[in-house]
Design a protein around this ligand. Structure first.
Ligand code: ZN
Length: 295
C-alpha cells in the first residue's frame, strides 16, 4: 500500500510522534485583539495547556522514556518561558509555530516576514538555538513561508498533506523535508469547541475520538509507515483524554515494534539513509502553481 516504506531503525515497524502545538491563549488574542484581555474564559481554557496539561504530558514522557516535538508560537515561548526550559531540559524539541499564531495566508508579504523573523529571534533567546522544524498556524503554509524556511536552513516543515510518510519538497531556492499532517490525526475536529474563534465542533467522547487516532496508527503499523498526532495540550491534555493516551502509549511501547522520536531525529535518520544510498524519497516540486488558476 505504501510504495516506498522507510526502513526504520532497530527493526521498528513504524515511526511515531505525538506532536503538541502549544498555542495556549495566543488563539484568542490573535482572533479578538480588541477585547481578548477581558475574555477570561478563553484565556483560562488556553492557559490550561501550559499550566496544567504540559507538565502532565512531560511526566508521562519521562516515565515512558520518550522524547517528542512541540511547536510553539514565539509569543507563547516568552509568556511561558520557564515551561519551555523544562521541555528542553528533558530532551524534547521545540519548533517554530509563528509569532502569535498569525495565519500566513492572512499576513502575506512584509507582515509575515517580520512575524517569522521576530519568532526566530525569540527562539534564539528562549531556546538558545534556531528551530529545525516549522508548522504553520492553521496549516496555512504559503510559498513565501517555504522560501523563509529554506533561507533560514530549516530541515523540515510539518504543515502539508501530500503523502502518508515523510517526503521531500524541492523549490528553485533549495529543499527540505515535509512531515505530513492530516485532519484524521488532529484533535481539532473532535475536541475544539471554541465559538469566539469560529469553531463549534461537537465534542466527542475521549474514547470515540482517540480510537479514531488508534485506527490510523494500526494501519500505518501494518504497512511500515509513519504515525503522527497533531494535538493541543488544552484539548488532548485534558484529564480524561490524556489518561487514555497515557494508557495507549504504555501498551504500545510494551507490545509493538515502534520508534517514538522527535521529528528532527526522524528527519536526520531518513536523511542519513538517503546519503548512504539506502532510501529514495518521493519529491514534490514547489511552487505547485505560479499564478491564479483561471480555466
Ligand atoms: Zn497552532
Amino acid at each position: 500500500m505504501i510504495k516506498n516504506p522507510i526502513p526504520w531503525p532497530n527493526g521498528a515497524k513504524c515511526a511515531c510522534a505525538i506532536t503538541f502545538d502549544i498555542d495556549a491563549d495566543s488563539l484568542i488574542h490573535i482572533s479578538r485583539p480588541n477585547d481578548s484581555h477581558y475574555r477570561l474564559y478563553p484565556i483560562s481554557m488556553g492557559r490550561y495547556g501550559p499550566e496544567v496539561a504540559v507538565p502532565r504530558i512531560l511526566e508521562t514522557y519521562k516515565r515512558l522514556d520518550i522524547k517528542q516535538s512541540f511547536f510553539v508560537p514565539g509569543w507563547c515561548l516568552e509568556q511561558y518561558a520557564p515551561l519551555m526550559e523544562n521541555i528542553l531540559r528533558e530532551g524534547h524539541e521545540i519548533g517554530h509555530h509563528g509569532l502569535i499564531h498569525e495565519d500566513p495566508i492572512e499576513t502575506m508579504g512584509s507582515e509575515q516576514t517580520e512575524a517569522f523573523c521576530r519568532a526566530m529571534e525569540i527562539h534564539a533567546r528562549i531556546c538558545g538555538r534556531s528551530p529545525s522544524g516549522y508548522r504553520a498556524p492553521v496549516y496555512n503554509i504559503t510559498p513565501q513561508v517555504i522560501d523563509l524556511l529554506v533561507k533560514n536552513k530549516f530541515i523540515y516543515d510539518s504543515s502539508m498533506m501530500g503523502d502518508d510518510i515523510p517526503y521531500r519538497l524541492q523549490t528553485t531556492k533549495g529543499s527540505l523535508w515535509e512531515i505530513p499532517v492530516h485532519w484524521g490525526c488532529d484533535d481539532w475536529p473532535p475536541f475544539a469547541h471554541y465559538e469566539e474563534i469560529g469553531y463549534m465542533m461537537p465534542v466527542k467522547a475521549p474514547s470515540t475520538a482517540l480510537s479514531a487516532f488508534w485506527e490510523e496508527f494500526e494501519v500505518q503499523y501494518l504497512y511500515g509507515g509513519f504515525f503522527m498526532l497533531i494535538v493541543h495540550p488544552f484539548l488532548t491534555g485534558r484529564l480524561a483524554r490524556w489518561h487514555l493516551v497515557d494508557r495507549w502509549l504504555e501498551d504500545t511501547l510494551k507490545n509493538k515494534k515502534v520508534w517514538f522520536a522527535p521529528l528532527e531525529k526522524i528527519v536526520a535518520y531518513i536523511e542519513k539513509l538517503v546519503d548512504d544510498g539506502l532510501y529514495n524519497p518521493r519529491t514534490d516540486k514547489l511552487p505547485y502553481y505560479i499564478s491564479q488558476i483561471k480555466p
